[in-house]
Ligand binder design. Structure first.
Ligand code: CMC
Length: 430
């Protein structure tokens, strides 16, 4: 952090100065931590439109340029040259692994892929039609009850092992949520497969026959995981940090992140997008829905379009679009009506004046929903896949926060607009 200038604020005739910090790239920040002490006023920024909540060295986004960097590396290069295990190491440790380091990490993760047999009983407590995100919020939070020996958050080794456990077990937990829903037996992980291949196995294999993951589809899933691995201080990551700022254990914090991710304005968009495509149903009705999306009096939004930060094409969406085409070709689905409809919607929205003017491009969830549908993943599990991919980012951010010597419990203030002080009247006089 570099501090070479000050910002001046005048309030009620009093002038106060605040340091302005520069990072390595990106906008400067005005450090207003002393504002309340100096002036007695708070800042007001609902939705955090102009607020940097922390200092971070993990992910950088330039929304105008459409640029995304993990630890300085462009997402395009990582998607082309690395797999998800390497990206996990990059996010957690700050550097890409050597071949030996990678092999060691992969082995550690494989050693943690099974869940405690007792945990499998949790699933029976859910209805068969429970939403996988409801199951994941519950089961991931319940992991807290299994690892009392390694939950000292001040101990780096304990934090590391919690990170490995979460990364290794999330695919198992998500796949079990699916298997429970369809009434098939849980499939134990297979450590001879890679991370994505093992997940496909736990999803689609049955004890009755041998299952061999298709390498094109494994690679597509791996790419979904890379592209969703981290995204700076988004809503769920901020939730994880806020939950963690009180000293809560990592499993509880990740469970909080999953709960936040579930919403349709965040990770739930991929599911909402697929449902929207099914509701539109036919290319002939695209115009009608575009019209509704533009109507101020209609709450309908085109799911999978727009982004708080990207006001240019989401770089992840470009990559996901490529993967989408590869998967559709591999599976011979180019003529599938749903995929044709998605492509028609994309084309019309990209040319429509309203969407062009507001810079509403298709986001990553638009294409990842289509890819996941093609992979055979049920719509309800889309956000669960996002959660399993984002777990590493959440942990890296949580770890960074815990390691920060200046870390404090997150505690925003407010602009109070309720009743001023008044006296309680006895019930017969109200
Ligand atoms: N369809 C129609 N109009 C839209 C859309 C959309 N998808 N997105 C934004 N707008 C309009 C919005 O009505 C507003 O218009 P006006 O200025 O006339 O009031 C303008 O564009 C700016 O939108 P906003 O809602 O103020 O922007 P935001 O930064 O608060 O919201 C967003 C960003 C992602 C929540 C929003 O674009 C949205 O709801 N998109 C659909 C849901 C979606 O795809 N979410 C996934 C985001 S990517 C994955 C992730 O990071 O979680």
């Amino acid at each position: 952090m570099n501090t070479q200038k000050n910002a001046t604020l005048t309030l009620d005739g009093k002038t106060v100065e605040f340091p302005v910090h520069s990072g390595t790239i990106g906008p400067d920040v005005v450090d207003i931590r002393s504002l309340y002490g100096k002036t007695g006023a708070f800042t007001f920024d609902p939705g955090f439109m102009s607020t940097g909540s922390c200092m971070s060295a993990i992910t950088y986004i330039d929304g105008d340029k459409g640029e995304l960097l993990y630890r300085g590396y462009p997402i395009e290069q990582l998607a082309e040259h690395c797999d998800f295990m390497e990206v996990c190491q990059l996010l957690l440790r700050g550097e890409l692994p050597t071949a030996d380091e990678k092999a060691e990490f992969v082995t550690v993760i494989k050693n943690h892929t099974m869940v405690h047999e007792q945990l499998t009983r949790f699933y029976q407590g859910f209805r068969r039609d429970a939403h996988p995100m409801a199951v994941m919020v519950g089961v991931v939070g319940a992991l807290s009850a299994f690892y009392h020996d390694s939950m000292d958050i001040t101990d780096q080794q304990h934090r590391d092992v919690s990170a490995y456990r979460l990364i290794a077990k999330m695919p198992t937990i998500a796949a079990m949520a699916y298997k429970y829903g369809v009434g098939q037996p849980f499939m134990y992980p297979r450590n001879d497969l890679d991370y994505a291949g093992n997940f496909l196995h736990m999803m689609f294999a049955t004890p009755c026959e041998t299952y061999k993951p298709n390498p094109v589809l494994s690679r597509a899933l791996d790419r979904i995981l890379i592209l969703h691995a981290d995204h700076e201080q988004n809503a769920s990551t901020s939730t994880v940090r806020l939950a963690g700022s009180s000293g809560a254990n990592p499993f509880a914090c990740i469970s909080a992140g999953i709960a936040c991710l579930w919403g349709p304005a965040h990770g739930g968009a991929n599911e909402a997008c697929l449902k929207m495509l099914q509701e539109i149903g036919d290319v002939s009705r695209v115009g009608e829905y575009i019209k509704r999306a533009k109507d101020k009096n209609d709450t309908f939004k085109l799911m999978g379009f727009g982004h708080r930060v990207y006001k240019n094409f989401d770089p992840r969406a470009k990559l996901m679009r490529e993967t989408c085409r590869e998967v559709l070709n591999e599976l011979g689905l180019n003529d599938d009506p749903l995929f044709k409809l998605a492509l028609a919607l994309e084309k019309i929205a990209l040319e429509d004046e309203y969407f062009v003017e507001k810079k509403l491009y298709p986001n990553v969830d638009f294409y990842s929903g289509i890819v996941q549908h093609a992979l055979g993943i049920p719509t309800q599990l889309f956000t669960g896949i996002f959660a399993l991919a984002r777990t590493v980012g959440w942990i890296a951010q949580w770890n960074e926060m815990i390691s920060d010597p200046e870390q404090k419990i997150g505690r925003p203030r407010q602009l109070y607009v309720g009743a001023t002080r008044r006296d309680v009247m006895p019930v017969d006089k109200r």
